[in-house]
Design a protein around this ligand. Structure first.
Ligand code: PEP
Length: 251
């Protein structure tokens, strides 16, 4: 059972080699919190270099192709990510769903490819503002889960769900704590219905404008097993504050 909080930084399309010093600082800080599982998903160009630079944190890709190899210009496979030091991959981020027309079926195929390659997978779901305003948030997220999750929960901790309301990403806006708890409870119920007992090994992360100021309260919401962090993961100073907020008192 993966019972450590999982704090994952999504660097998106940010970071040159000079940013390796920031990753090293994050790594040193993470070592002081063994009760927290800390990870970064840098751009693919940095995974190999970062793998040589860090000791404590795990590294992941931000996307993978569903095929193992072939004529897919510009794409990388899950096995290629594993080959350069990644242990997980994010799939179905809303920026991929919106900007690259990724459907639930494509996201699921990517998730299956990731687990088949032995990677952990973080499957992202989340409603738009219009969908929430229409009262459809839980229905939308449940449908996304239905279509995007891999068939098996894999080994404990291998599959993670990230709930990221699209309107909260990069905007500084977050749902109310009650809404975060309600959505995470609904996702837990869906996971139990889908996987049965192995669903206990699936953590649910909250993502969307998590920062040093709001991390502690978001991480205490029902069924929140960690956070997927964008902007605030780019510097050790802000990311480590979030890691500290997730740390158990014994750390
Ligand atoms: C994200 O893009 O996964 C994310 C959560 O971004 P931010 O923290 O910047 O809202």
């Amino acid at each position: 059972m993966p019972n450590r909080p999982y704090i994952v930084g999504n660097w998106k399309m940010n970071g040159m080699r000079a940013a390796l010093s920031e990753a090293r600082a994050i790594d040193r800080g993470a070592a002081r919190h063994p009760g927290v599982q800390v990870a970064i998903a840098p751009p693919d160009t940095l995974i190999s270099l970062m793998a040589e630079a860090v000791e404590t944190i795990s590294l992941g890709g931000q996307d993978c192709h569903e095929a193992g190899s072939g004529a897919f210009t510009g794409d990388v496979s899950a096995a290629m990510l594993a080959d350069v030091g990644a242990s997980f991959v994010i799939v179905g981020h809303s920026e991929r769903r919106a900007g690259h027309a990724e459907t639930d079926a494509i996201v699921r195929a990517k998730a299956e490819a990731a687990t088949a390659a032995g990677l952990g997978v973080i499957v992202c779901v989340g409603e738009t503002e219009a969908q929430r305003d229409a009262g459809n948030a839980e229905q939308v997220v449940t449908m996304q889960l239905e279509g995007s999750l891999p068939d098996e929960a894999g080994t404990p901790g291998q599959v993670t769900v990230a709930y990221e309301p699209v309107w909260a990403i990069g905007t500084g806006r977050v749902p109310s704590l009650d809404d975060v708890s309600a959505m995470h409870r609904a996702i837990r119920a869906k996971l139990e219905a889908r996987y049965g007992a192995p669903s206990a090994g699936v953590r649910i992360l909250y993502g969307g404008s998590v920062n040093a100021g709001n991390a502690a309260e978001l991480l205490h919401c029902d069924e929140v097993g960690g956070a997927l962090v964008g902007g605030a993961s780019l510097t050790a100073e802000s990311f480590l504050t979030i890691v500290s907020a997730a740390a158990p008192e014994t750390d």
